[in-house]
Design a protein around this ligand. Structure first.
Ligand SMILES: Cc1cc2nc3c(=O)[nH]c(=O)nc-3n(C[C@H](O)[C@H](O)[C@H](O)COP(=O)(O)OP(=O)(O)OC[C@H]3O[C@@H](n4cnc5c(N)ncnc54)[C@H](O)[C@@H]3O)c2cc1C
Length: 315
């Protein structure tokens, strides 16, 4: 789709003068690029898709720029840690999956999940799904501290073995832990475009889009995935739906056909609760444990992802 009609200038975050800079009167826009690149690179485009996603704490996200081997090793090191007592902070989708996963693979470990609200997992899930999440965790003997918050997070070593830490909560509970894992949610990664699109940002930093997923006020700049301000949970599944719509719309705009609209549908959301359990909903309807286990928990869509990328999965 690179046509020399309008241009985006991608430049290092360390480079001075990265502020918004409109390069052509139409829709050229200057964006900041990953900091490892020290030089400007100017790319020309006819259509631009912004998909900068979100950042969050390790291990949910890997937020340093390193080579693949180092990233894999960092995860291996975390898994190898011999911590008998683990505290997970945050009981959203990532936190409940993490707690269930650890307790399934290492039943002898003491796992405590501390969550600021009473109900677990995503607020948009059916109450019956959230209730089942709780029942599965209790069945796996995860200790739940609900409607409470960790008060001494800044004093704790995160994601690494550190014998006998004292995790304190606002309600006065103290939990002994040898590893603390943060699952406290994600933050939209807006650094590439926040200067250029300051007036198009929702309060969380996502880009305001219209029903065609075009950034408000532009007809050739699209936002998809986590960085698009669409009222639905941030999910890879939704990012894929957005991508299909935007590809169709770029083709349609070039062939003078009407654009397709994106409407968030009834929620599809599967939670794997260890490799032998799970629960969720498809198109707003409750899906039981057996189905989710078969559909997701056994391989976490790994084989599907390889297939989607047109690659053969390594043995
Ligand atoms: C622990 C966890 C579990 C999850 N489980 C599920 C699940 O089971 N099912 C599901 O559907 N979703 C799940 N999600 C959500 C899912 O991972 C995200 O919704 C999805 O990855 C969003 O895709 P994206 O392409 O928008 O953004 P991302 O996956 O965040 O990708 C954005 C990419 O853009 C790069 N980037 C950012 N800025 C720049 C720049 N300036 N220059 C160049 N590159 C840049 C980033 O480095 C990154 O590689 C989970 C998320 C977490 C954290």
């Amino acid at each position: 789709m690179m046509m020399r009609e309008t241009s985006a200038s991608l430049c290092s975050q360390n480079t001075p003068n990265v502020a918004a800079s409109y390069l052509s009167k139409r829709q050229g826009v200057r964006l900041s690029w990953e900091a490892e690149h020290s030089n400007y690179a100017e790319l020309f485009y006819s259509h631009l898709i912004l998909a900068t996603g979100s950042d969050g704490p390790f291990p949910g996200k890997f937020n340093q720029i390193v080579d693949m081997e180092t990233a894999i090793q960092t995860y291996e090191d975390t898994v190898q840690e011999k911590s008998p007592r683990i505290v997970i902070v945050g009981g959203g989708a990532a936190g409940v999956e993490m707690a269930a996963e650890i307790k399934t693979e290492y039943p002898a470990k003491e796992v405590t999940l501390i969550h600021s609200k009473i109900a677990l997992a995503d607020v948009e899930l059916l109450p019956s799904v959230r209730q089942m999440v709780k029942e599965i965790l209790l069945k796996k003997e995860v200790r739940l501290l609900l409607s409470d918050r960790v008060s001494n997070l800044h004093m704790l070593t995160l994601n690494r073995f550190q014998e006998n830490m004292a995790v304190k909560t606002e309600k006065g509970t103290e939990v002994a832990a040898d590893m603390v894992i943060l699952c406290t949610g994600i933050k939209i990664n807006s650094s590439a475009y926040s200067s250029a699109f300051g007036d198009k940002l929702a309060s969380n930093g996502a880009l305001k889009v219209n029903q065609y997923l075009q950034v408000e006020g532009y007809d050739n700049i699209y936002a998809i995935g986590d960085c698009a301000d669409v009222k639905e949970p941030k999910m890879a599944y939704h990012a894929g739906l957005h991508a299909n719509i935007v590809v169709t719309n770029i083709i349609n705009s070039l062939t003078q056909k009407p654009l397709k609209t994106y409407q968030p549908g009834s929620l599809t959301f599967l939670l794997s609760m260890g490799r032998n359990d799970g629960v969720g909903q498809i198109n707003g309807c409750y899906v039981g444990r057996l189905l989710v286990t078969i559909a997701k928990s056994r391989d976490l869509f790994v084989s599907k992802s390889w297939k989607t990328m047109g690659q053969t999965m390594p043995c």
